[in-house]
Design a protein around this ligand. Structure first.
Ligand code: SDX
Length: 434
């Protein structure tokens, strides 16, 4: 609430035409408080005005210092650091530390953080039994969401969300165990035994080992693949108030434990309009099958019969800076893995779409999900694993946003209101009279 007296420059002057009354709504940080609208009434019985904003198109739900996006300029910064610099110079674990703590770690802090994450990668043996209970073809996102929710039963102490030390411990467990559970879901699909974490490897290198180690005593990750996956993790780590982060904040606002809240976020990310899009992009490219079929797909999109998956964004109305970095990364990965044959279709589809008035008018550009799946497929992941690869790094973002919410004195349990459009009061009708 602004303390300065409202003036013409820092307050919205409104007149209610129903009563002729005038109101002064303070403007702060480019917004008015929706709660200030409640004073605008037609009489003492009136509840007062609300702001109606389905899907929160123009609603700021919080103040945050974590991630800044400029949708028109294609800017993405974590704690003020540009995403392209972090992708080039940092690592995912260092970025996770930055998101959670607000500053880049010192050498000693990074060493301690890396040690702590490394020594929390193992999961309880019963988590493995839980995963083995799923059908072989269970979608890994469903397995991941279930296993993460189950972790709340293995760590009942996680409910003590008011203790910073306890929150830190649970955050370590989640960031450390997500790759382990993801790899177990992957191995379960293939009927392969689980691979225990290897503490000698990096965060991403250990993930690759838990995924792909077969009979060799020690898995040696390909450095190009290890780095490419780490860069992809950096790019996916946070993205301000996206759908799954909104879920994390809303579910976390009831003061449940972080495992239950992250499980809810995984559920939100799973959707094809959100993180699930990376899987749908590859299905769409595989369905197109050849550059000559692109015009027909574009026609179907323009007829409203389908979405062009991997295109469009609620915030980016120019370009998604992550998509540019991933597109460049794809070529580096393909030097090692061989080119993904669907790349030509993706490049041609992007070219055609960006020249087509339908897409230009709607400001639809490739988003983070358009090229990432091409890399994941080239690395040997099935489509179903793609969104799991999004959830792993986003866990650091969800947790940083969750803790910021808990520490924000303005936040309470999330409980929106509604505009009731249903039937007026009426009495029960006996069956004989229906
Ligand atoms: C992520 O929010 C985040 O930050 C998310 C994310 C993150 O890091 O957390 O960036 C990750 O989720 C990226 C988005 C991945 N989803 C997809 O690629 C799915 C395809 N994209 C669309 O579903 C859509 O673009 C959204 C969901 C991403 C954004 O939807 P909006 O902001 O609600 O936009 P809209 O649906 O109101 O679309 C505006 C217009 C509509 O046309 P008209 O009704 O005006 O004629 O654009 C059209 C839409 O039909 N449109 C598309 C389209 N996306 C929007 N038309 C064809 N293909 C598309 N992909």
């Amino acid at each position: 609430m602004s303390t300065a007296a409202p003036t013409a420059t820092n307050a919205l002057q409104v007149t209610d035409p129903r009563t002729g009354k005038q109101y002064s709504l303070p403007i702060q940080d480019g917004a008015i408080r929706a709660a200030d609208l409640r004073q605008i009434k037609t009489g003492p019985e009136d509840f007062g005005l609300m702001a109606y904003d389905p899907a929160f198109l123009n609603t700021a739900s919080c103040r945050s210092k974590i991630t800044y996006i400029d949708g028109d300029k294609g800017v993405l910064e974590y704690r003020g650091y540009p995403i392209d610099e972090l992708a080039e110079k940092s690592t995912h674990l260092e970025v996770a530390y930055l998101l959670l703590h607000g500053e880049l770690p010192s050498k000693a802090q990074l060493a301690q953080w890396t040690h702590d994450v490394t020594y929390h990668t193992i999961v309880h043996a019963n988590v493995g039994k839980l995963i083995e209970a799923f059908r072989y073809d269970a979608h890994p996102m469903g397995v991941l969401q279930s296993a993460v929710a189950a972790l709340s039963t293995f760590y009942p102490d996680a409910r003590d969300i008011k203790s910073p030390e306890n929150r830190r411990l649970q955050m370590l467990r989640l960031i450390a165990k997500m790759p382990t559970i993801a790899a177990m879901a992957f191995r379960h699909r293939l009927g392969l035994p689980f691979v225990q974490p290897n503490n000698d490897l990096s965060y991403t290198g250990n993930f690759l080992s838990m995924l792909f180690r077969m009979t060799e005593a020690k898995y040696t990750p390909n450095p190009v693949i290890e780095r490419a996956l780490d860069v992809l993790f950096i790019l996916h780590a946070d993205h301000e108030q996206n759908c799954s982060t909104n879920a994390m904040r809303a579910v976390g606002s009831s003061h449940t434990d972080p495992f239950s809240a992250v499980s809810a976020s995984i559920g939100a990310l799973y959707g094809p309009l959100h993180g699930g899009a990376n899987e749908e992009v590859l299905r769409m490219l595989a369905e197109i099958g050849s550059v000559k079929n692109i015009p027909d797909v574009i026609k179907q999109v323009k007829e409203g019969k389908r979405l062009l998956m991997g295109f469009g964004h609620r915030v980016y109305k120019n370009f998604d800076p992550r998509a540019k970095i991933i597109k460049k990364l794809a070529y580096e990965v393909f030097e090692v893995t061989g080119k993904n044959p669907l790349l030509d279709i993706a490049v041609e589809l992007e070219k055609i779409a960006l020249e087509d008035e339908y897409f230009v008018k709607r400001k639809l550009y490739p988003n983070v999900d358009f090229y990432s799946g091409l890399i994941y497929q080239a690395l040997g992941f099935p489509f179903e694993m793609f969104t799991v690869l999004f959830a792993i790094p986003r866990t650091a973002g969800w947790l940083s946003q969750w803790e910021e919410m808990l520490n924000d004195g303005e936040q309470k349990i999330a409980r929106p209101r509604q505009l009731f459009m249903g039937p007026a009061h009426r009495s029960y009708v006996e069956m004989a009279r229906r």
